[in-house]
Design a protein around this ligand. Structure first.
Ligand code: HEM
Length: 420
């Protein structure tokens, strides 16, 4: 059966939907799967259908030249299928194994403390959590991991903002301005130039960072070549930056809007990991991803043709009542089956361990350190991207920042010792 609807996708692209896309996502999920008549995109919103597509060998991730994103993508991990994907993932994955990521815990805790110290020192009683906390944290961490020097961190934020458009689906033809297109091209060229130089330096003198590990990663005589290294670095920086910042911001917002949950986290800081899972489900930083049908197949009675693009509404699937009990409720103690915030199948987020660690440390510190935090609703403003959802302004007021409530550095060492 072929179901074609004209509803929804253009409205999803409308900036007016950014503040609360969930009523629309619900409509789309309940109507799905269907083919959007304007774009030809197959819209998939139910949890079970998303999972089927993510794990199906008939569906691929190679979107190069498919015109499904606002700007063309590059042949990185995210856009390749087996066997190229398997090979790259095995090599790049070495730097993101849980034991390797755990070594960065003290650094993440130290950055959180630095940022909160600056906020406390400003003595302002109010702060923009985007620029003072959520963005600098993952940027400093991923730049440190890649070995990018401190003085270069800020330029990366600007470039990463433009590169984020490369994962935004083209919901309405011709949506992008030439100014943004030019920004993306410039950012790409600057990234390539920057990493070529950094890679050459690390080849001459390796250090204890992820870039040196990627250069050294080897299996059966196989290594990442120069171009693969550069594209992997760009992907890591972008994938590990906007998304994690948005996880923290969507979490801060969820907690501020649900004071009972904030109180719970303050009283029981060990709930921080569960709080992260709930944010990834309730207000997913990656709202949707795309795929391409490699062969014809039938999805829940809908005929999908070879070559047809698919839009998987992960954020809608995460609130599917067929899978999650009382899905519209934000509840950091919920222990129900997992979300699709990191997708599933062969492209499951490579940085999930790092993202979970950063998110938990940040949300725990937020709950513990801020006395009487209050959201300034009028300040809340969202980024223009559709796929990567999060605010670009979120001001809150507070009475004080209690640095003595944060875990002491020694706690990390004890924990590491316990883990070893
Ligand atoms: C809360 C934060 C994050 C979220 C919500 C998130 C979400 C996702 C999602 C949904 C995918 C699947 C994309 C697709 O299949 O099209 C993905 C893939 C990926 N993520 Fe993340 N991510 C986060 C943080 C990170 C971090 C910190 C890193 C690394 C530093 C990272 C690196 C990657 C990479 C390399 C891929 C591609 C994996 C592959 O194609 O095999 N992500 N992420």
């Amino acid at each position: 059966m072929t179901t074609t609807l004209t509803t929804g996708l253009a409205r999803l692209a409308d900036p007016a939907s950014r503040a609360n896309p969930y009523p629309l996502l619900r409509e789309l999920r309940e109507a799905s799967p269907f083919t959007d008549s304007a774009s030809g995109i197959v819209v998939v919103g139910r949890r079970a259908d998303c999972e089927t597509v993510l794990r199906s060998p008939r569906v691929g991730s190679n979107r190069l030249g498919a015109g499904i994103t606002k700007v063309p993508q590059q042949p990185n991990l995210m856009n390749l299928d087996a066997p190229d994907h398997t090979r790259l993932r095995r090599l790049a994955g070495k730097a993101f194994k849980p034991r390797v990521v755990e070594r960065w815990r003290p650094r993440v805790e130290a950055v959180v403390r630095e940022l909160l110290t600056d906020i406390a020192a400003s003595g302002a009683g109010g702060v923009d959590m985007v620029s003072a906390f959520a963005y600098p944290l993952p940027v400093r961490v991923i730049c440190d991991m890649l070995g990018v020097p401190r003085e270069d961190h800020q330029i990366f934020e600007k470039w990463a903002h433009f590169i984020a458009y490369t994962v935004d689906p083209q919901l309405v033809p011709g949506e992008l301005t030439t100014e943004v297109e030019a920004g993306v091209e410039e950012a790409r060229a600057e990234f390539i130039d920057y990493f070529s130089r950094l890679i050459a330096q690390r080849k001459r003198a390796p250090r204890a960072d992820v870039l040196s590990e990627l250069i050294a990663a080897e299996e059966g005589g196989d290594q990442l070549d120069e171009r693969e290294l550069i594209l992997t670095c760009i992907l890591l920086l972008v994938a590990g930056h906007e998304t994690t910042a948005n996880l923290i911001l969507n979490g801060v917002l969820g907690l501020l809007r649900h004071p009972d949950q904030l109180r719970l986290l303050r009283e029981r800081p060990q709930l921080a990991e569960a709080a992260v899972e709930e944010v990834l489900r309730y207000d997913a930083p990656t709202q949707m991803i795309t795929r391409i049908a490699r062969e014809p197949f039938v999805l829940n009675d809908l005929q999908v043709a070879a070559g047809q693009p698919l839009l998987l509404l992960l954020a809608a699937a995460n609130r599917d009542p067929r899978h999650h009990h009382d899905p519209e409720r934000f509840d950091i103690t919920r222990g129900d089956p997992g979300h699709l915030g990191f997708a599933a199948g062969p492209h499951f987020c490579l940085g999930s361990v790092l993202a979970r660690m950063e998110g938990a440390i940040a949300l725990r510190a937020f709950a513990q350190a801020f006395a009487e935090p209050r959201l300034d609703e009028a300040s809340l403003h969202y980024r223009p991207h559709v796929a990567v959802r999060g605010p670009d302004r979120l001001r809150l007021t507070f009475e004080e920042v209690r640095l003595d409530s944060l875990p002491a550095a020694g706690r990390t060492r004890e924990r590491e010792a316990a883990d070893d």
